[in-house]
Design a protein around this ligand. Structure first.
Ligand SMILES: *Cc1c(COP(=O)(O)O)cnc(C)c1O
Length: 483
């Protein structure tokens, strides 16, 4: 489809300003444009059609099945949006006096309390912008803790090889050395852990259930051994969707967690919109939390700075409207509802894995949590069709592809997370489509390397698109002159 600039026709307009009887203001010459701005000229109808068509080319969870593993692309209830659009929340300023925004502070205080309860933590800060930012912040806390105790030889962070890429990246950005340990049957290998535990270890980062969708049954032993060696345990909470109301990172022995509020607590994400990575900790790390935190005394809410705060990790109080959505979601569901959410997320993942098992090979053929990983190595060897080919072909069947080639320890990996919001009817349809695709791969002559065939673009160069995005439009005559 065309860009709005390419739809431009001289003289077309959407608006008609009323005539005014005011003197023309004379801008100083250096403030004036030399040439007219090249703005698109379109009628209202052309404008509406352009953006409607654009929106129809966008695939989202409101449009269809979106089993992108590790991302928790669940349906986001619209009541969250209504709450986040309330004027009392949108028309305030972060520099307003706390006395004039008591309701908003109460919301943050209540959310912190609820999230602490859900995770088994003592404190919860709401400032970080995303999961990765929460990781970075949590590692700042761990670093500050060791430094405060003058235990400065602790320079290493242990990360299992199944970890999300942001884990080693966050550790590295905090100046830690990353020690990767290999997994055994998809879980932490205690012998490998013992080999690297010593007094230079600052901590361990782990997600449980892990990125293979497996719950690490050795978790208490893992955190105990890390603590015995003087290290702290960081919980990547991106997979919290599997365990709400059932098990808590605090009870597993973790000192610090982040939550991806945009995943588990349902804010639309995936288009790079604002997220929030709440950061929770036990008492030992609380004095180091970023400021401001919110406290309540005699019914009055106020910001405060923890005693040895690491400082701020972003401006003001975080993505406030994401916090509104998260508290709305929690309040609507309640404790029982959150537990049901996790139970259904796990049930749906197991159901779909079971439906697919006859033709696609699970990487770990056992009960999974909220997501599961298939390994398509066999299909690649026998039919010459890769995980990428299958994933791209799914688009022709009106499904978003699952996560591909992650975790990296599984060959030809496809990682599905159906989420709790899909009905059994949708899961059956997805399973049927995936069986048809399998049949195409094995029995028909379809060029999987060039799928999908039904979209405006088939295979954009994803690396180029990420590394060298072209985000500006230059009219013909000035093409690239001022890039
Ligand atoms: C999504 C995810 C992250 C990173 O979270 P963002 O909010 O995208 O920064 C970290 N770990 C895991 C396991 C994830 O799935």
């Amino acid at each position: 489809m065309n860009l709005i600039f390419e739809e431009s026709h001289a003289g077309h307009r959407c608006t008609k300003l009323p005539a005014v009887n005011l003197p023309v203001y004379a801008f100083a010459p250096e403030l004036r444009r030399e040439k007219d701005a090249k703005l698109p000229e379109v009628s209202e109808c052309e404008l509406v059609r352009h953006y409607t068509e654009l929106s129809e080319q966008t695939y989202g969870v409101d449009k269809g099945f979106y089993p992108l593993g590790s991302c928790t692309m669940k349906y986001n209830p619209k009541v969250n949006e209504e709450a986040a659009a309330l004027k009392g929340f949108t028309d305030i300023h972060p520099l307003q006096d706390a006395a004039t925004v008591q309701g908003s502070l109460k919301l943050m205080h209540t959310l912190s309390h609820d999230l602490s309860e859900i995770t088994g933590m003592d404190e919860m800060g709401l400032q970080p912008s995303a999961g990765a930012h929460g990781e970075f912040t949590g590692l700042c806390l761990i670093k500050a803790y060791h430094e405060y105790r003058h235990d400065t030889k602790r320079t290493k962070i242990i990360v299992p090889d199944s970890a999300h890429g942001t884990n080693p990246a966050s550790a590295h950005m905090n100046g830690f050395e990353v020690i990767s340990i290999s997994s055994k049957n998809g879980l932490v290998d205690l012998d490998e852990l013992d080999k690297v535990l010593d007094d230079t270890v600052a901590g361990l980062m782990l997600t449980n259930p892990n990125t293979l969708g497996l719950y690490d049954t050795g978790i208490l032993e893992i955190t105990k051994r890390v603590h015995a060696a003087g290290g702290l345990c960081y919980y990547d909470g991106a997979n919290l969707n599997a365990i709400m109301g059932i098990s808590r990172p605090g009870d597993m022995g973790f000192d610090c967690v982040h939550l991806n509020l945009h995943k588990t607590f349902s804010t639309p994400h995936g288009g790079g919109g604002p997220g929030a990575g709440a950061i929770g900790c036990k008492k030992n790390l609380a004095p180091f939390m970023p400021h401001p935190m919110v406290k309540e005394e005699n019914g009055v809410y106020a910001f405060y700075t923890p005693e040895h705060s690491i400082g701020k990790v972003r401006a003001f109080s975080g993505s406030f409207l994401v916090l509104v959505r998260a508290l709305t979601y929690i309040t609507v569901l309640g404790a029982e509802g959150l537990k049901k959410t996790s139970e259904n997320a796990v049930l749906n993942a197991n159901y779909l894995m079971h439906q697919l098992k006859d033709v696609y090979t699970p990487a770990y053929d056992r009960i999974c949590m909220h997501e599961f990983v298939l390994s398509l190595q066999n299909l690649k060897d026998t039919a010459g069709v890769s995980a990428m080919g299958i994933a791209k072909r799914m688009i022709d069947y009106q499904m978003h592809p699952p996560t591909m080639y992650f975790p990296m320890i599984v060959h030809e990996a496809l990682m599905f997370e159906p989420t709790e919001t899909e009905s059994v009817y949708t899961l059956d349809k997805a399973s049927e489509a995936l069986h048809e695709i399998y049949d195409e791969a094995v029995n028909h002559d379809i060029d999987f390397d060039h799928a999908p065939f039904t979209t405006e673009y088939s295979r954009p160069d994803e690396v180029q698109a990420a590394r060298h995005p072209i985000l500006n439009y230059y009219a013909e005559e000035t093409a690239h002159s001022d890039q």
